[in-house]
Design a protein around this ligand. Structure first.
Ligand code: SF4
Length: 99
């Protein structure tokens, strides 16, 4: 059985099985799309640093984090992208249509 963490948006992210290599997520900020709201820093502060008005580099690589999912989903500029480091798989924002 795996442990899970959940962002406030209800999405689950499974944690690594014991003994497995740790999964890492990478977040990028599209500075052209960032509108400087600061919401990402409020929600997932360890991942982002202030860089003037825009979100700058905080920790760009780290273990799965539900708060980071929330930040990517709520970003008003749609400037955040979260991918699984090893595979490049898109984690957020969620591109699936609502069911
Ligand atoms: S939430 Fe999005 S638009 Fe707002 S500062 Fe962060 S990256 Fe920029």
């Amino acid at each position: 059985m795996s442990e899970e963490s959940t962002g406030t948006n209800g999405r689950h992210d499974e944690k690594d099985a014991p003994g497995a290599a740790p999964r890492l997520w990478r977040v990028t900020v599209d500075s052209q799309s960032c509108v400087g709201s600061g919401m990402c820093r409020s929600i997932a502060g360890k991942w982002f640093a202030a860089d003037g008005r825009e979100a700058g580099a905080g920790e760009t690589l780290g273990p799965p984090d539900g708060a980071l999912l929330d930040a990517a989903e709520i970003c008003p500029g749609q400037a955040l992208t979260v991918v699984e480091e090893a595979s490049g798989r898109l984690i957020a924002p969620d591109t699936d249509p609502p069911s």
